[in-house]
Write a protein that binds this ligand. Structure first.
Ligand SMILES: NC(=O)c1ccc[n+]([C@@H]2O[C@H](COP(=O)([O-])OP(=O)(O)OC[C@H]3O[C@@H](n4cnc5c(N)ncnc54)[C@H](OP(=O)(O)O)[C@@H]3O)[C@@H](O)[C@H]2O)c1
Length: 249
């Protein structure tokens, strides 16, 4: 089955990597469900991409029933789910000594439990179909740790562990898994950093001449996602690390 005929669900599709992936896949002819909390942003994506087949569903990935509703509405409209992209995430930055308990909880709920909720909602229909593909966004910080990013890194290591477990459990049921691990990408993610100094420093760095070698565009990660979805039935790309050429870590 080519990308053109596939039904793809994207969680965290209202901005950045998720929105870019939705636009690319829909314009290549896939049927795409986009989900996130900001419904107005999802509706803009629908409006800005006429002639495409995009279903928008409001959902908070921390709520299992809302994630299930996204899958159920997709099956009701498009009849199946070929790929699920668990992409919702936040990245607050603080050293551990700050004891930012709310940030820890939000990251665990969105970055980790959100992925588990997606897997739980999509697996039954994929197993019934005897095919499917679950893709989740980890990060270079799911392989490396930096000061200030310990808790975020922990959630992205967890995504890798969960996805490798899923691969081992479901490969014999014809379910593919892919970990997408971007380096720095120019998106709204930095807005989720509460620490003013870190947020403003990163945003300023993105404006400096030569910064294009230090940060990717979300459309470039979208190309990687389109590639892994469009592989032949016998080929599963299980992990993909995509750094901007100039990034050291
Ligand atoms: N940008 C980078 O440098 C970078 C690098 C490595 C990995 N990543 C990862 O890439 C993924 C996408 O981030 P991005 O860079 O594209 O940033 P972004 O533009 O801020 O996008 C984040 C997406 O996640 C959604 N989201 C957040 N909390 C949610 C919730 N509770 N329920 C549903 N959706 C939720 C947001 O939608 P709503 O707010 O509308 O709900 C938004 O669509 C994240 O997992 C991030 O950790 C990013």
């Amino acid at each position: 089955m080519s990308l053109k005929d596939k039904v793809v669900v994207i969680m965290g599709a209202s901005s950045g990597i998720g929105a870019a992936t939705a636009k690319l896949l829909a314009n290549k002819g896939a049927k795409v469900t986009i989900a996130a909390r900001r419904m107005n942003r999802l509706e803009e994506i629908q409006k800005d991409n006429p002639g495409t087949d995009i279903l928008a569903v409001e959902a908070d990935v921390t709520k299992a029933e809302e994630v299930q509703n996204v899958i159920d509405k997709t099956v009701a409209k498009f009849g199946r789910v070929d790929a699920l992209f668990n992409n919702a995430g936040i990245m607050p930055v603080n050293n551990l000594e700050k004891t930012a308990r709310d940030e820890w909880q939000n990251m665990l709920d969105i970055n980790v439990k959100g992925v588990l909720n997606g897997i739980a909602a999509a697996l039954p229909i994929m197993k019934k179909q005897k095919s499917g593909h679950i893709i989740s966004t980890s990060s270079v910080l799911g392989y490396e740790v930096l000061p200030g990013y310990a808790a975020y890194s922990g959630t992205k290591y967890a995504v890798r562990a969960i996805m490798e477990g899923l691969r081992q459990e479901e490969h014999s049921n014809n379910i593919k898994t892919t970990i997408i691990a971007p380096g720095s990408v120019k998106t709204e993610l930095f807005d989720s950093i509460n620490n003013d100094e870190v947020r403003n420093g990163l945003k300023e760095a993105m404006k400096q001449p030569g910064s294009e070698m230090m940060a990717l565009q979300p459309e470039e990660i979208a190309q990687a996602v389109a590639f892994v979805i469009d592989t032949p039935a016998n080929m599963a790309v299980n992990e993909m690390i995509i750094r901007p050429t100039g990034q050291e870590v």
